[in-house]
Write a protein that binds this ligand. Structure first.
Ligand SMILES: Nc1ncnc2c1ncn2[C@@H]1O[C@H](COP(=O)(O)OP(=O)(O)O)[C@@H](O)[C@H]1O
Ligand SMILES: CC(C)(COP(=O)(O)O)[C@@H](O)C(=O)NCCC(=O)O
Ligand SMILES: [K+]
Length: 258
């Protein structure tokens, strides 16, 4: 079996594969940083609860945008799973041609998403990943990674509002019935959800113009990440939601590096 880790700034998402089949996936918090043994205990417990023998894991692939937990995570993988993890980074085959000023600067999660999108959809793409940050990535039909935008994520933006405004409560991130709201909670929900939909649709429409100028056909707009569903329901530009895009990209990268 193949175990993949998508290490984001809020969550570490684990995916377990047998060939192309995803057997299970789990989500754990990225903070606080844990020791190798603490990561090991969590991982083994997750396998036990799923009635899966962790000793059947024969390969591990990791994508990370959180350098400070990598020592413990890699140490755990070697100690408990007895394998050397393939860590996505320079030198790992992806089939993606990174056209960033400094290709090493792009978040691994963004490249992994591009690998998955390119393989699955075989079209020019705009990939939106609603994570701690919301990333927008333009990928050409031939797998050129052109770059994109990084915006503050919905949750950290709304957390900042809750924390910094004395009279504003923490509200559930759900869509209110209108934008002219008559109470504080719905006013905040409208500002957060519709404000974010506006951010997404404006950026996507601008990226589409730039992709046309790059000679690409109309891109497919694919959303992933924890909060994709919430925004996609209101957005006029998001066409697909693929919650497992990053995990699929890690599986594909494993196959490309066999
Ligand atoms: N299935 C889900 N339903 C609702 N919220 C989610 C879900 N998965 C993740 N989230 C929330 O979405 C945000 C982004 O999660 P995630 O995409 O894992 O972030 P990152 O990749 O930056 O770690 C987090 O605040 C997380 O709590
Ligand atoms: C933008 C990100 C923080 C998004 O990561 P996440 O929200 O999943 O934690 C990550 O892709 C990153 O650290 N990128 C490096 C800078 C860049 O891509 O230009
Ligand atoms: K992510």
């Amino acid at each position: 079996m193949l175990l993949v880790f998508d290490v984001g700034n809020t969550n570490i998402v684990l995916g377990l594969y047998e060939g192309k089949k995803r057997l299970s996936d789990w989500r754990m918090s990225t903070t606080p940083p844990r020791t190798a043994d603490e990561y090991g205990m969590v991982a083994i417990n997750l396998f036990e609860k799923a009635n899966i023998n962790y000793k059947d894991v024969k390969a591990v692939v990791v994508s990370s945008v959180v350098p400070n937990i990598m020592y413990s995570l890699e140490h755990m993988i070697k100690k408990y799973f007895k394998v050397e993890p393939l860590v996505v980074g320079p030198g790992v085959k992806t089939g993606i041609n990174i056209k960033y000023d400094n290709p090493k600067e792009v978040g691994a999660d963004r490249i992994v998403n591009a690998v998955a999108g390119h393989e699955i959809y075989k079209k020019p793409l705009i990939i939106i990943d609603f994570g701690t940050a919301t990333t927008f990535c333009a990928v050409g039909i031939r797998g050129d990674y052109y770059g994109g935008c990084i915006a503050p994520g919905i949750k950290i933006s709304s957390d900042a509002l809750f924390e910094r405004a004395a009279k504003l409560p923490r509200v559930e991130l759900i869509k209110p019935p209108s934008v002219i709201c008559k109470n504080t909670v719905q006013s905040m929900q409208a500002g957060i959800v519709y404000g974010y939909v506006g951010l997404v649709d404006l950026i996507v429409n601008k990226m589409k113009i730039e992709m046309r100028n790059l000679g690409e056909q109309e891109p497919l707009v694919v959303a992933t990440g924890g909060l994709a569903k919430l925004i996609a329901s209101e957005s006029s530009t998001i066409q697909e939601i693929n919650p497992y895009l990053t995990l699929e990209g890690l599986r594909i990268i494993y196959e490309k590096n066999q």
